[in-house]
Design a protein around this ligand. Structure first.
Ligand code: F6P
Length: 752
């Protein structure tokens, strides 16, 4: 790599100019010093001579006067001495100044006349000479003048020598500095730049390349960070383009982020897009003094985040992190994802009381158990209901602030936390297209009737143009509830409800995951997951041949205890697997402010301990219970390493862990044990379907999954992967947006 000539010239010129500037000051100072020294010297000679010469000015003393002058005349740089009488005639002189007398005469006469000494540097007969004239006087009158001539030409010579030295020094400095700079550039900058360029070239060429390491990481950190991001975007764009091309080639119609982006834009045009949910996709919190960002354990976030990344828009959610306020602007917004912003997150702040009543109380102690029917009694309190209404209004206000001036916004409301929001939005902005997606089951009308405010909830929901559930049976339950409870007209053929002149479409949209087509890059630390099982277990001090995985928020609907009992029974019935099979349970603590969730954490841990105590050996345990929040990347590693995944929910709207696991099994290896009470079991029919309450069946299912014929295992997983790929989250979003945009707002009320 060549260093530009311009850079070298600039360096040389810069350094030289600087040296010359210093030299000018130095030479001037030196010259001043030499002149001063000469002047002092002349003054000293003058003073010494004055007293000796003055008495010898009469005619008789001429010889002695000459002797005195001649004796003094032999000094360093002293050119000569001359003595004048008061008429300006030269009395005596040393030989060297005979020719110079004429030149100084006017100054001599003036000095005698003014009785003042005179000094100057004057060129005399071609040589710079310092002359010093001293009037000689007794008490009453001027008797004559003493003139001292110093040869000052050595000052010019000295100055030239200095200039020459300075020039040589400047040259040496310039060469030295240029060399050092070039070496620094070569070693510290050009090396890393060349490696970075090579790295970018490799990426551009589509080859896998390791990020180069740098000696001075701090210096290059901003550059490498940006290039890493650029590389990621490029890889993602290339993967997307390849996938598009592949799909076109195979005439397949999978939904990709690109396809969704184009589709959504064609449907929405310029209409802004808003999503509202309780849970935010990124939480900022303090760990000690450092701020960290986490992606919460939430199926909703898993599903909605890829859509926002693809379609941009604004996501409104509760700012629940203790550092959340530190990262937003004056509108409470921030661009996310934090390291590669693609859409806007607007945070809505709740007081402790609001969170308590709306989130923990009404949503999660009331609606959650009401809709899941998992043997936990719902609790409804009037105070919680008040706060639920107030928070719905608060979110509506925040939304109105963002939608100001927008006539036809598209709003996707998420989940049971915001049943009242659709009506609030439609009343204020009739031109808005509003959909609400209910992520949890909808129970039968008898069960829903437990809720004292069922009418208000239904009325709020029917403000939406579109109400979505995961599966058809939840749509049916919802329409039956509406039919029985609220004044409206239900059309069972079209699955619509007409209430107060407004029509609401009700439809199933089975939610899904992104399901990346392309495997993770080889440079990823989790690139060889299948070999990773032993290493993964070893990190926890366990050795086992087979591994199972379960990933949940610790929630009573997830059937974690039932699963543990199934595992216990499995080891009782199939003791050959003792020491061979370990089940890893990842449990993210959730809603622990609610007593039954708090108690469940303890129960799950105690049950894992009990079973481990019963069967474990020094190097092995049947259940590895990891009770903490894990990142998506961490979980992927477990999915890929596992022989089987267990999803044993007692009731679940969809369950995205099942789909995430299938999406992660890129080699078609792995078996899914899936509760029949999940929405996912309607689609993933090749899973080993179980009733989680049936402990014997669970034990058998684990055994079956571990001993399944490899061909069957692979065929089942392959078919499930096809389903997850075909019905991925991009298709879900496309279907939802398509239906929402095709609804005609002006002719809502049906005739006949
Ligand atoms: O299933 C309903 C749901 O809101 C999901 O979307 C999400 O996975 C889960 O509950 C998370 O609950 P929370 O936000 O209360 O932690």
């Amino acid at each position: 790599m060549r260093i530009s000539l311009r850079l070298i010239i600039s360096l040389v010129v810069g350094v030289t100019l600087l040296s010359i500037l210093f030299a000018v000051f130095q030479v001037k100072a030196e010259k001043r010093g030499l002149r001063k020294e000469l002047e002092n010297r002349a003054a000293i000679v003058g003073e010494s001579l004055e007293s000796k010469v003055a008495p010898l000015l009469d005619l008789r003393s001429r010889k002695r006067l000459q002797a005195v002058v001649t004796e003094f005349g032999d000094r360093d740089h002293l050119k000569g001495i001359a003595v004048f009488n008061k008429a300006g005639d030269s009395l005596v002189k040393t030989p060297g100044v005979a020719d110079d007398l004429q030149g100084v005469l006017p100054h001599v006469i003036q000095s005698i006349a003014t009785k003042a000494s005179y000094a100057s540097f004057t060129p005399l007969n071609g040589a710079l000479t310092h002359i010093y004239i001293l009037p000689l006087q007794n008490e009453s009158e001027v008797l004559g003048a003493l003139t001292i001539f110093h040869d000052a030409s050595f000052i010019t010579a000295e100055t030239s020598r200095l200039w020459w030295n300075t020039f040589l020094r400047a040259l040496a400095q310039a060469i030295f500095i240029v060399l050092v700079t070039l070496l620094i550039i070569r070693w510290s900058l050009m090396g890393p730049i060349a490696r970075t360029a090579k790295w970018i070239r490799e990426i551009r060429a589509g080859r896998k390349a390791e990020r180069p390491g740098f000696d001075d990481e701090d210096l290059f950190q901003p550059l490498t960070q940006e290039v890493t991001r650029l590389a990621k975007s490029l890889e993602a764009a290339r993967a997307a383009a390849e996938e598009e091309a592949r799909l076109r080639e195979n005439a397949e119609a999978h939904w990709t982020p690109e396809r969704l982006r184009v589709h959504v834009r064609s449907k929405l045009g310029d209409r802004p897009f808003f999503v509202v949910s309780n849970r935010e996709p990124y939480t900022h919190s303090y760990r000690g003094k450092t701020m960290e960002v986490t992606v919460p354990a939430s199926g909703l976030v898993t599903a909605i985040e890829p859509i926002l990344r693809t379609c941009k828009g604004t996501w409104l959610a509760h700012g629940s992190g203790d550092a959340d306020r530190q990262t937003v602007d004056e509108r409470d917004c921030l661009p996310v994802p934090p390291d590669e912003p693609q859409y806007t997150l607007k945070r809505v702040w709740l007081t402790k009381e609001e969170e308590e009543g709306y989130y923990f109380g009404f949503s999660n102690e009331g609606l959650w158990p009401l809709c899941h029917i998992a043997h936990t009694r719902p609790t409804f309190r009037a105070k919680d209901w008040e706060l639920y209404q107030a928070v719905n209004q608060k979110f509506a206000d925040a939304l109105f602030q963002e939608m100001e001036g927008v006539e036809e916004p598209v709003v996707l409301v998420q989940d049971y936390h915001f049943a009242l929001l659709p009506r609030l939005v439609k009343e204020r902005v009739p031109g808005a297209r509003v959909a609400i997606f209910w992520h949890i089951p909808w129970p039968n009308p008898e069960a829903f009737g437990i809720c004292p405010w069922q009418r208000e909830l239904l009325d709020g929901l029917l403000g939406a143009d579109l109400v979505g559930f995961h599966v058809q049976s939840h749509c049916n339950n919802f329409l039956e509830t509406v039919d029985r409870v609220i004044e409206s007209r239900v059309n069972w053929e079209r699955f619509t409800v007409e209430r107060g002149g407004h029509l609401t479409q009700v439809r199933p949209f089975p939610i899904s995951v992104a399901c990346a087509e392309t495997p993770e890059p080889a440079s990823s630390p989790h690139a060889s997951p299948y070999l990773d099982r032993a290493a993964l277990l070893k990190e926890h001090g366990v050795e086992a041949t087979y591994m199972g995985i379960g990933v949940e928020r610790v929630d009573y609907t997830k059937g974690i205890l039932e699963r543990f009992h199934g595992l216990e029974r499995f080891f009782e019935r199939y003791p050959a697997y003792l020491g061979q099979f370990t089940f890893v349970q990842i449990g993210a603590p959730s809603r622990t402010h609610i007593k039954c969730y708090h108690d469940l954490l303890g129960e799950v841990e105690a049950e894992a301990d009990r079973i481990n105590w019963r069967f474990q050996s020094s190097q092995w345990k049947p259940i590895l219970y990891l009770q903490r929040h894990h990142t998506h990347q961490e979980i992927q590693r477990y999915y890929k390493a596992a022989d089987l995944c267990m999803v044993t929910s007692l009731h679940d709207g969809m369950n995205l862990v099942a789909k995430e696991y299938v999406a992660a099994c890129e080699d078609d290896q792995g078996a899914l044990i899936l509760s029949r009470f999940t929405g996912a079991s309607r689609e993933l029919r090749d899973a080993v379907i179980v009733n989680p309450y049936d402990t014997e069946q669970l034990a058998d299912a684990i055994h079956f999954a571990l001993t399944m014929d490899p061909a069957e295992r692979s065929a089942r997983m392959h078919r499930m992967r096809q389903i997850v790929k075909n019905f991925n989250i991009y298709r879900w979003a496309a279907d939802l947006v398509t239906d929402l945009c095709e609804i005609r707002l002006d002719t809502h009320v049906e005739v006949g």
